[in-house]
Design a protein around this ligand. Sequence first.
Ligand code: GUE
Length: 288
Amino acid sequence: MAQRLDGKALAQKIQAQLATDISQRDPNLRPPGLAVVMVGDNPASAAYVRNKERACDRIGITSFGSHLPADTAQETVAELIDQLNNDERVDGILIQLPLPSHLDSVALLNRIAPDKDADGLHPENMGRLMRGEAGLRSCTPAGVMAVLKEYNIDATGQKAVVLGRSILVGKPMALMLLAANATVTMAHSRTEDLPALCRQADILVAAVGRPNMINSDWIKPGATVIDVGINRIEDETSGKARLVGDIDFASVEPIAGAITPVPGGIGPMTVTMLMHNTVLSYRKRFNG
Ligand SMILES: Nc1nc(=O)c2c([nH]1)NC[C@@H]1CN(c3ccc(C(=O)N[C@@H](CCC(=O)O)C(=O)O)cc3)C=[N+]21
């Protein structure tokens, strides 16, 4: 049976460390601040935003929530971002995605001051990642790398396959694994014979958003399997909503060497890396 990589436990450990760091700051300094911008009423987004605000409270980060109506104009969101860029209390800004379709998300993400880009999605931070320079890193792939580190899984010389090529996860994930000396393949919906390719992976990262897509036929025995998928499905027996990943956990667990569960795997690490980035920006601002 695979070792379970407990993202939830690691998230709690890192959050406790961040809380200690913040509590030991110079008492004359204000606490770190994170602004979360949400537009519209996507219920999943609302739940994620609540999680982030709760994490802020636990750690001692001040959260500034802006909840705008679904029909808010581009210009209004842009002005809010400008205001947060100039707000001395704010170290990190996050625009909850997806935005309603009438809004140009790329233009809005690019408007965030790079040194407040808690999500690590600004071209400057993405460029820094590509160049191997220090910068704010995208939260989900950074969370994956933190899990690998915690469990002493060294990517050096390993064949890593990243399934999914999104700007939020797949692309930065591949660059981080490359920086960790893995031999990286980026696979996606147009890749031929995905199962055969995935079977070569020592480290497989699934970030496609298709519930239970990957079963044991896709897995090299002993591989490290990282499930980034967060899919809400209806449970066949109970009829209740249930969270599953892209990996068919029951099928893969007996074959893999190590595996992240959903929930309790990479999801909590994403939130934790957001907190980490906010504290990093804060420290840079105050040379602390
Ligand atoms: N600008 C932006 N940045 C994001 O990082 C971002 C986003 N937009 N939009 C939506 C996705 C999704 N996302 C998750 C974060 C935490 C959990 C999480 O904590 N999940 C828990 C379970 C939560 C539950 O039960 O609902 C777990 O996997 O254990 C899930 C999903 C961040 N995203």
